[in-house]
Design a protein around this ligand. Sequence first.
Ligand SMILES: [Zn+2]
Ligand SMILES: [Zn+2]
Length: 126
Amino acid sequence: MTKIGIRYTKPRKLVFEALAHYSKPVSVAEINYYLKNKIDLSSIYRTLELMKKSNIAEETEFGDGKKRYELISEKGHHHHLICENCGDIEDIKMKEDELLNKVKTKSKFAIKKHKLEFFGLCPNCQ
Ligand SMILES: [Zn+2]
Ligand SMILES: [Zn+2]
């Protein structure tokens, strides 16, 4: 392996590890916290951009201005439930053919992807 190869593979491995550890959408701060300064912040940002481009990770925003990242994994297509009190995030899989068909008939948009987020209180915060 070339030197360049190692340089670019190590951050990718670490960031992948961090995302796999959390197994939910996490911010750069959380990734950084998990990695305990093993790589610098700019490497984390750069690696996330690369992972986004190569469809390894996905970026989401829950309206709080913070970008979060998650592995596009074997979990498959799913949506999120976000606790407005503690920030806990849960995955939810649903049958959504009916909803998607409705959108298709009501709009002339060629839809490529979609995101759905649900906000409320988790069981612990109710
Ligand atoms: Zn969906
Ligand atoms: Zn909560």
